[in-house]
Design a protein around this ligand. Structure first.
Ligand code: TXA
Ligand code: MG
Length: 318
């Protein structure tokens, strides 16, 4: 069983021995391995039960290190790096030969980010290789935002979970691509569209899933709870279902007919950053209740509300 610890020396040793460990980031916990080792990266796909056509994000602690693995960093990306790194932003660059095809699923681009979590930052500084790390959940399930979440699902598959407490952003990084001389957001995430546009002006947001997604994270059925999830008009839905069988995921409080224990309030004051930080843990809590359905409210479509709505949409797809 995985040990939950803050011991960076153990963490480093395991990674150097091509083992997997879970690492805290500001967005969600990652399942990390030496990105330059095919043996280590293979273990990620096995532990998560993740299809190998789905590429991984490279994590490191400096722009200087990133230059060892990518061919060229466009000027506009440098502006974004200055504004948002370390932080919840992932950018796609043309890869160098030293990045295994397994990491990029055979693509010519590699996704990179510098995460903002003091413990993981220290770990990355001590390593002489980057870490490949997807979110530390079984493929398709809700992302983990605490060491306990990771332990519940992957505890028997990995030796160590680096304990960095709760993730303070709570949803995955925003992913940006620069192909065809265009800046496109492939996944809405912890860095808001509004914040990005303040720095570089108008950007495109890729539409939701397609059958051939550019970013496989755009696959529709994702982040999904085991319970049936509906998003939208809760008052209408409640008329059709037994309130005792229903859990609610709400931005603010409401619906007094539903018992308190069956409700998750994401932010009493309606703050969307707070809502994002509580989102996955809330969904997970409801998924573990003895109920049959989860009804979720749509968030205001701005700032991190957009990223939450995107995840709700995909979690509710059947
Ligand atoms: O916040 C995050 O980004 C977290 C933490 C652990 O850093 N990581 C994360 O990884 O969310 P994951 O594997 O769950 O999602 C990464 C997404 C996938 O949807 C993958 O398809 C996309 O990034 N991706 C990775 N490399 C890509 C590439 N070269 N081109 C297009 N999409 C890529
Ligand atoms: Mg994921």
């Amino acid at each position: 069983m995985a040990e939950i610890t803050k011991n960076l020396i153990k963490a480093k040793l395991l990674l150097e021995n091509e083992e997997l460990i879970a690492i805290p980031t500001e967005t969600v916990y990652g399942l990390a391995a030496n990105a330059l080792s095919n043996i280590a990266v293979t273990k990620i796909f096995q532990a998560k039960n993740r299809p190998t056509f789905n590429p991984l994000i490279l994590h490191t602690d400096s722009l200087a290190k990133i230059e060892n693995y990518v061919q060229e960093i466009p000027r506009i990306a440098t502006q974004l790096a200055d504004a948002f790194w370390p932080g919840p932003l992932t950018m796609l660059f043309h890869k160098k030969e030293n990045i295994p095809d397994l990491v990029t699923a055979g693509l010519q681009t590699v996704a990179v980010r510098i995460p903002k979590h003091p413990l993981t930052h220290q770990l990355l500084t001590n390593l002489d290789f980057p870490l490949a790390a997807p979110s530390a959940n079984p493929f398709g399930y809700i992302s983990p935002t605490t060491p306990q979440h990771v332990h519940e699902q992957l505890g028997d598959k990995i030796p160590l979970i680096l304990d960095g407490g709760e993730c303070n952003i709570g949803i995955e990084s925003t992913i940006i691509s620069f192909s065809h001389n265009e800046v496109t957001i492939l996944r809405l995430g912890g860095t808001s569209l509004e914040a990005i546009e303040k720095v570089i002006g108008k950007v495109k947001v890729a539409p939701h899933s397609t059958s051939r997604p550019q970013s496989p994270g755009m696959l529709k059925s994702h982040y999904a709870p085991r319970k049936k999830l509906f998003v939208g008009r809760i008052d209408q839905l409640l008329k059709k279902y037994d309130p005792a069988q229903v859990g609610l995921l709400l931005l603010r409080d409401g619906y007094p007919q539903i018992p308190e224990n069956n409700k998750v309030i994401l932010s009493k004051s309606g703050n969307l950053n707070e809502a994002a930080a509580n989102f996955f843990a809330g969904l997970r809590y409801l998924d573990n209740l003895p109920i049959t359905h989860i009804f979720a409210e749509e968030m205001p479509n701005r700032e991190l509300g957009r990223a939450i709505n995107d995840r709700l949409k995909r979690a509710s797809a059947t």
